[in-house]
Design a protein around this ligand. Structure first.
Ligand SMILES: [Zn+2]
Ligand SMILES: [Zn+2]
Length: 1650
């Protein structure tokens, strides 16, 4: 196929699967001339693209392909050729890639350019990932089902034009209307890596055209049918309205007619749009096999909720001045007609009649709301089936036309001309539409205003037929206006020369005398001159009145109209009808024969016989009953909704593996046998089966991993290679991480590595470094209080330890310890470090995601309460945890009033997404109080003195500041005051609700659990006393947890619906009652006016607070209908929860739910149809446990928000550490990108820059002068980032500075460029430069590259003397180039700059003569010269950039053949006696405490125990565990960093083993930190010594509450008992073993092997 203009290429996509099973996507877009290579990480499935020429950016597809196969050393196992990328998602164990492999150009050239492709064949590519995270069968099944979603023939796209809006769209192809984009979730990964255009915008439905002129005349009619995605789904599950205020099977249709002139300058066109969908009220149908027709019901609760919004959306889209068109003429708002043509049966006894009645009512209701003042809604009822039966098809069509005439004529259609030249456009008198997607522009002479909407029960067969006859009339008129006449001669006595094929050639002879026909020079459209009256007109003098065919009978129409074009149109409608029927019901359309009524040869469509209809009916019935619910699920997953239900464990942003491809070891690893390829293969995915054997002499093996990018490390992944029975396994590992080699911090000590079969992936979740003091204070009390069996932090993690988050972590040091020191060799397998990195490339180029980061890294406002309020909207996380600035008022120790900022009231309302302005801006009142936040804070100073500052003064990391410390100190004061207020009133221990409130207050104050515990301990309070988890009994706890889990699901569901509902609408409901309605500590009922009066005053002087808050408004309870104040209302979550139960009775059955129980996974389904009620429920009508559940959910939300804020703060800190604190303020900071590129190119002179951050980094910290920018930004950042005049300086005391730079990859280095600071050099600060190169960090092994004395070089580079001349556009920055004699292959470059010992040397005197002050007038304005002192003593080492150049090594030498050698070596070394594991028989066992504790009783004769086998738990950790944050605005992720809750606070399980020995001797055997392994994998833990016991107890500890069971295959109403995952049960999971020689055991051995 040739491309339209012959010049550009077609888009080509190549999927390459290598033998190593790595997958690459090679994309060559038609809109670009280069080729990109996107890599799919084989472990996590994350996509990567860095845009480096010759690495993943190439000039052609061929070049890219060669690079991949050459450099990997692997052959292609499989190549898939595709035409377009449709989407990708990493779903845990699988990556799913969707590509279109075959396309049809269904519309080859739109007016203005652009081709519409229909996907005729697509391919789901399932990529197996090595992700060890457990994923249950249910999830895997859902992934499989998603990959079966049928795309072919029903989806289309246009690469270069926006076709999601009526033609012509004013928006570009990359700004589509979300309502019609089906792959916005599936294309997200490509947007996230900065390649938004690589994935096409996918529409569902139909787009095809027919040309109907004689050859060459090129009249074209195209039919578009865009299916809305707001109510996606299949027939019996998606009917009527949903929570997004959209109806089932909602389709926008457009009939576009244009005259294509070959090589023409202009294209006249006209477009007509209509809509079809099911009835916009809440209704549904129950399908029963037993009855012929489905039972129709209408929701008993608010059946018309959302109807108004539905019409509002139509009205916004179809008003004449469409909001998306650029130029909008100021006119009085016209009335927008929306005409609903309802084709339902409307006779007594027909089940559809109930819908007709409700439809009428709903329109009355919508009008009564007054919400649509400019919209004129009219309902036309036309019982299609009855009329056909009664009067026959022809008269039915006649009748329809009579009804449609008036509305169609008043709505009209859009007309215009596309001009290629912009000049013509300027002369255009109509509305001009143009955008960057077209060369020219569109001039619109008239616009359609309003829309006709057709419906039958399903928006299927009747709808398609009726809409065909409706738009047929418009089609004839459209043609006529374009000068294409479809009249047949015989009509009206007037002899026209019109014949088919000569439409536009109106015969000259047919004009009346004195008339002349001419053609518009531009459009070719004929116009007529009446020389008698000297007037011109577009209208032919004999032309009939417009829309004349509406007045004709069917027969008249048929006989007066050329039928061939009409049959072309009918053909398009037939095809479209089938597509939509298939999408909705899974079968073709029925009753379509009426569409061929104009077809004179008739028989063509005879296949639409009655028999055919029966067959389709049966097909549909089968589809609907059997397949619909799974198709519904498919669609939801494809659209990225309800993922928390279908794929709960799937991450939005998969972690990156940062230890490859360019990560490396900084030290060699000892090996039994030297390996040529070096240790790098331990980090390479390609060596998955690698076995590395360290010599037995080593007591420990230490590994230093340099990561490819700085990141926050979340997980360590070890691949077991030692096998389950080998003694050479490493028993434990210590992990240290840090930004530099000299700043490593211990993150994890003694994590045990169990024995398991080779190839097992062990995942060790990591936190950042936890302060040992935090550990000491808070610890994990579940483990500290080991005897306290019943304690489970089910509600939330009361004792959450906060590890330090650092996005600049660069080095991971691992220390492996053997099980038996010094005796056995140590065997290692592949090692991977997983984490989250910041988008540095985008940050440096200030584009994409990077811009978002820069915006947030600006200077913080510390003291403005008002500012923080304002920012809370634009910056959803930064101030979302109110820090401290609220004044906490205290009067003489007694609590008069507390006013805490309430997160829910800030920012955005959860359910609307709108900012809540009313009470969030109001400042707290300071009446009758003494403000003493600052003085009061001193009281606790004694306690903090000495201990705390140490914690915060970690100066080497950018995380904590002194400010923060002060804030925290102040906040604990406030916290203790709140605590006292609770405690003093009751005079006894806190009750459960108070404890919850206190914890909410703590999180609102931004206090960590450790800070809380310290503060409480200081006043001699045991923190455990206020732990809500301990204050309720088990039964209540599990009820509460189930409700809270359910709230989370409901909240997420509502949130998704609200976000989707807002598409195409401006929703302005301002709910004063939010999801939780928790209020603030100290709120009470307003009293008098409130009829509910829930809580009496708990605090004195309440009246003073009331006035400051907006509590005076009264609501009405939806249950008891009493007036109720805000305080006495339950949050909206409660109304949702209660209404869900009610709705289950109505809608539940169609979803296969019994509705009798709560199961957290299935609840979401019911809200598919459930609406968020407008009403509120008072607290007295609400079960007390539901109210408590609201508190628990809110607490979880706050805890989550704290984690997100910590992550976001850490990101901002990392940014300010690299870029300096006030980056965003200086416009000078980001210099012209293209200019810096050119500069660099000139500097490099054909070589590659090898030492740019973030790929390169400093190995050791570098001492830096106060006030100087950080070395990373000023020395290693890409050229062009950072202020022009700034440069790095060493402290004046340093005479020698050494930079050890790890390069981005192994490279052949040719030399180093030193870009000279803007101040230039003088005689006193000319450094001596020495350079070394190496692959290892050992200094003694590095090779010396040379010494350069800048001082002596200077005569050849006189321009580096003195300050820079001000012009910043100098072509090439001032620099010194140190060239090596020969290129050296290395990974690390050392550069030492040193100054002479200070003072003037004799030589320098001479220099001064040479470069006297006279000659160097700038010498006076040297750095620090303003301060006192001589030039010499002020001299310091400085530099602007260090650029290492050369070429990176493309293919690292990796010899694969080594593996088998290693294997042999290992086996031969394994000369230890082969012992087998044998099962120790158990006398009896007892499971207690939710199956988390297992007691095994042994007979006295049992052998000594050597260890235990554990079969890994089959549980998942869900991504979402609470309702959404009130500040969330994005459905998938609104966090800045993409670092998930799960990784900020990883859930870690421990197995504690204790034994009772005779006589009654209690022994603690050990505690094992359990790595995560795929469910069911057997792992073996040896005890530290042999244990002889009569009872042994296993106790599962840690974050048990964080795990869930896999989604159930079928919703089981009875499954829900305990909120704990049943997959954590120790039942049948543990076996004890001892070691013995299998020969001695003989036959028994095979029976009892473990
Ligand atoms: Zn009240
Ligand atoms: Zn009530």
């Amino acid at each position: 196929m040739e491309s339209p203009d012959g010049a550009s290429r077609e888009t080509s996509v190549l999927i390459i699967v290598l033998e190593s099973s790595e997958v690459y996507i090679i994309v060559s877009l038609s809109t670009r001339s280069d080729t990109q290579v996107i890599n799919i990480d084989p472990t996590t499935g994350s996509l990567s693209y860095i845009g480096k020429l010759g690495h993943d950016l190439f000039n052609s597809e061929e070049e890219a392909l060669n690079y991949i196969t050459d450099c990997s050393g692997f052959l292609c196992k499989n190549t898939i050729y595709a035409r377009a990328l449709l989407g990708y998602a990493a779903l845990g164990s699988f990556g799913l890639l969707l590509v279109a492999t075959r396309l049809t150009r269904t519309i080859s050239l739109l007016p203005g350019g652009g081709c519409v492709y229909t996907i005729t064949e697509s391919k789901w590519i399932k990529i197996q990932l090595q992700n060890p995270q457990s994923q249950g069968k249910g999830e895997l099944k859902n992934i499989q089902e998603l990959a079966e979603l049928d795309i072919d023939g029903k989806h289309y796209y246009c690469e270069t034009r926006d076709i999601t809006r009526p033609f012509p769209s004013a928006m570009t192809s990359h700004d589509p209307d979300d309502e019609f984009v089906w792959n916005s979730w599936f294309s997200k990964p490509f947007r996230d890596i900065g390649l938004p255009k690589h994935c096409i915008v996918l529409l569902q439905g139909f787009a095809e055209c027919r040309s109907f002129g004689s050859s060459g005349s090129g009249n074209i009619v195209a039919l578009f049918a865009r299916r809305s995605r707001l109510h996606p789904g299949t027939r019996y599950l998606a009917r009527g309205l949903n929570a997004c205020s959209s109806t089932g099977n909602e389709v926008e249709c457009e009939q576009l007619v244009w005259v294509a002139q070959k090589g023409g300058e202009s294209f006249p066109f006209s477009s007509y749009v209509w809509r079809r969908g099911t009835i916009p009220i809440w209704w549904g149908a129950d399908l029963k096999f037993t009855s012929a027709e489905a039972e129709i019901y209408v929701s008993s609760q608010e059946p018309y909720k959302g109807s108004a919004l539905y019409y509002q959306r139509l009205s916004r889209r179809y008003k004449a001045q469409r909001s998306d068109l650029t130029a909008v003429k100021e006119k009085k708002a016209p009335l927008i007609p929306i005409i609903c043509v309802n084709l339902l049966r409307n006779q007594e006894g027909k089940s559809e009649t109930i819908l007709v009645e409700h439809f009428k009512e709903s329109i009355k209701y919508v009008k009564s709301t007054g919400k649509l003042p400019y919209t004129w809604i009219q309902l036309i009822n036309y019982d299609w089936h009855a009329t056909v039966k009664l009067k026959g098809e022809q008269q039915t069509i006649d009748g329809l036309w009579r009804l449609l005439k008036a509305p169609t004529v008043s709505i009209g259609f859009s007309e215009g001309i596309y001009y290629l030249s912009k000049q013509k456009l300027k002369e255009c008198r109509g509305l001009v539409v143009s955008n960057s997607d077209c060369d020219g522009g569109f001039c619109l002479n008239s616009l359609q205003n309003g829309v006709i909407r057709f419906n039958c029960a399903d928006s299927l067969d009747r709808t398609n037929a009726a809409s065909f006859f409706g738009s047929l009339q418009v089609f004839v008129e459209q043609c006529k206006r374009l000068g294409v006449f479809l009249d047949r001669d015989t009509l009206s006595g007037f002899t026209s020369v019109n014949r088919f094929g000569e439409y536009s050639k109106y015969g000259v002879g047919s004009l009346p005398p004195g008339w002349e026909e001419r053609k518009d020079a531009v459009t070719g459209k004929p116009f007529y001159i009446d020389h008698n009256t000297r007037t011109t007109t577009w209208e032919h003098p004999f032309q009939d009145k417009p829309w004349k065919r509406f007045d004709m009978s069917f027969d008249q129409f048929k006989s007066s109209t050329l039928l061939t074009p009409i049959n072309h149109l009918a053909d398009l409608f037939l095809l479209a009808g089938d597509i939509h029927a298939t999408l909705y019901t899974g079968s073709k359309a029925m009753h379509s024969q009426i569409l061929s009524i104009f077809n004179e040869d008739g028989g063509k469509f005879s296949k639409f016989s009655a028999a055919q209809n029966v067959k389709i009916t049966l097909q549909r019935r089968y589809q609907n009953v059997i397949v619909d619910s799974s198709r519904q699920k498919q669609l939801e997953m494809f659209l990225g909704i309800r993922l928390f239900k279908h794929l709960p464990s799937v991450p939005v942003h998969p972690l990156k593996v940062l230890s490859r491809p360019s990560g490396c070891f900084l030290k060699p690893i000892p090996s039994l046998k030297p390996i040529e390829s070096g240790s790098s293969c331990l980090l390479s995915f390609r060596k998955k089966d690698l076995i590395w054997v360290c010599p037995p002499a080593a007591d420990v093996v230490e590994l230093f991993i340099y990561l490819a990018e700085p990141c926050h490390v979340c997980q360590l992944l070890l691949t077991v290679s030692h096998g389950a029975d080998d003694s050479s396994y490493p028993a434990t590992v210590d992990i240290r991480t840090g930004c530099n080699l000299d700043r490593l911090k211990l993150v994890l000590e003694g994590a045990c590595i169990p024995q398991c079969s080779s190839g097992t992936n062990l995942l060790i979740p990591l936190t950042g470094r936890i302060d040992p003091e935090d550990l000491a204070v808070t610890g994990n009390s579940a483990r500290l209080h080991a005897q306290e069996n019943s304690y489970l932090p089910m509600l939330y993690d009361f004792e959450e330890l906060e590890g330090e988050l650092n996005f600049l972590t660069r080095i991971v040091a691992l220390t492996f310890y053997p099980s038996v020191p010094g005796r056995t060799p140590l065997t290692l397998g592949e090692i991977e470090v997983l984490g989250v990195s910041l988008p540095w490339r985008d940050i440096f180029s200030k584009s994409g995601l990077g811009a978002k980061f820069i915006k947030f890294s600006g200077p913080k406002e510390h003291d403005s309460f008002v500012t923080s309020q304002h920012e809370s909207f634009s910056n959803p996380f930064y101030n979302s945890l109110p820090k401290n600035n609220t004044a906490i008022s205290l009067a003489n120790g007694g609590l008069s009033k507390l006013s805490l900022p309430n997160i829910a009231n800030h920012a955005v309302d959860l359910l609307t997404g709108d900012p809540i302005l009313s009470h969030s801006i109001s400042l707290p009142e300071f009446s009758n109080t003494t403000e003493q936040t600052n003085t009061q804070s001193g009281n606790l100073l004694d306690f903090f003195h000495g201990s705390t500052p140490d914690q915060y003064s970690s100066a080497d990391t950018p995380t904590e500041s002194q400010d923060r410390f002060n804030n925290n100190r102040r906040d604990t004061t406030s916290y203790i005051n709140i605590f006292n207020s609770f405690a003093s009133i009751k005079g006894r221990a806190l009750d459960f609700l108070q404890a919850l409130k206190l914890e909410i207050a703590r999180l609102q104050l931004g206090i960590s659990a450790a800070e809380r515990d310290r503060a409480l301990l200081a006043i001699s309070i045991d923190p455990a006393m206020i732990d809500p988890n301990r204050l309720i009994d088990e039964l209540y706890m599990s009820k509460l947890c189930n409700y809270a889990d359910c709230l989370a699901i409901l909240g997420q569901t509502t949130f998704e619906d609200k976000i989707n509902a807002s598409i195409g609408l401006e929703i302005e409901d301002n709910n004063e009652i939010d999801f939780w309605n928790i209020g603030e500590v100290g709120d009470t009922c307003i009293g008098t006016n409130c009829e509910v009066r829930m809580e009496n005053q708990t605090l004195e002087k309440v009246s003073s607070t009331v006035s400051s808050k907006n509590l005076s408004r009264l609501f009405v309870c939806a249950e008891c209908e009493r007036k109720v104040c805000k305080f006495c209302c339950a949050g909206r979550g409660a109304s949702l929860l209660i209404s869900t139960y009610k709705d289950l009775k109505i809608y539940g059955s169609s979803l296969g739910q019994s509705g009798s129980s709560l199961s957290w996974q299935s609840e979401g389904a019911s809200t598919q149809l459930s609406s968020s009620l407008g009403g509120v429920i008072c607290k007295s009508c609400c079960d007390e446990v539901i109210l408590a559940a609201l508190y628990v959910d809110y607490l979880r939300v706050l805890a989550g928000l704290r984690r997100r804020t910590r992550a976001d703060d850490a990101a901002v800190n990392a940014l300010s550490h690299v870029l300096g604190p006030e980056v965003s303020m200086t416009s000078d900071f980001w210099q012209d990108k293209e200019f810096s590129k050119k500069q660099l190119k000139k500097l490099l002179d054909g070589e590659e820059s090898l030492a740019e951050f973030p790929y390169a980094d400093l190995l050791y910290t570098v001492e830096t002068a106060v006030g100087s920018p950080q070395p990373l930004i000023s020395l290693l950042a890409p050229l062009g980032v950072g202020e022009q005049s700034s440069y790095w300086r060493a402290p004046q005391s340093s005479r020698t500075v050494e930079f050890s730079i790890v390069l981005g990859s192994l490279s052949d280095v040719s030399g180093v460029i030193l870009v000279v600071s803007s101040c230039g050099y003088s005689t006193s600060d000319c450094p001596t430069v020495q350079i070394w190169a190496s692959n290892k960090i050992h200094k003694d092994e590095r090779s010396y590259m040379g010494k350069w004395d800048v001082h002596s070089l200077i005569s050849s580079f006189p321009d580096v003397y003195g300050p820079e001349k001000s012009q910043r556009d100098s072509n090439i920055p001032r620099h010194l180039k140190f060239l090596f004699r020969n290129p050296v292959r290395c990974r690390i470059i050392w550069i030492e700059l040193s100054l002479a010992k200070s003072g003037f040397s004799a030589n320098m005197k001479e220099d001064f003569d040479l470069f006297s002050f006279d000659e160097n007038p700038f010498a006076t304005s040297r750095p620090n010269n303003s301060s006192v002192g001589t030039v010499a003593s002020d001299a310091c080492i400085h530099a602007k950039r260090l650029i290492v150049f050369g070429s990176s090594v493309k293919r690292e030498n990796q010899d694969i053949s080594q593996n088998s050698d290693l294997m042999k070596m290992k086996i031969s070394l394994d000369n230890f006696p082969q012992l087998g594991r044998f099962r120790v028989p158990i006398e009896s066992e007892r499971l207690t405490y939710n199956d988390l504790v297992l007691e095994l009783y042994l007979s006295p004769a049992a052998p000594a125990l050597a260890g235990f086998r554990l079969d890994a738990f089959s549980v998942i950790r869900p991504r979402i565990a609470h309702s959404p944050f009130s500040s969330d605005v994005d459905m998938w992720d609104s966090s800045l960093t993409g670092l998930e809750d799960r990784h900020v606070n990883p859930a870690i399980l421990y197995m504690q083993v204790s034994a009772i020995q005779e006589p009654r001797n209690y022994v603690n055997v050990g505690e094992y930190r359990l790595p995560e392994v795929k469910g069911g994998t057997p792992i073996y833990f040896d005890f530290p010594r042999q244990i002889q016991a009569c009872r042994i107890t296993f106790r599962l500890l840690g974050d048990v509450a964080a795990f869930r069971d896999d989604i159930p295959d079928q919703d089981d109403p009875n499954q829900k008992g305990s909120p704990l995952a049943s997959g954590l049960s120790l039942s049948n999971r543990i076996k004890l073993y001892y070691y013995a020689d299998p020969y001695e055991l003989g036959k028994l051995a095979s029976l009892s092997a473990v």
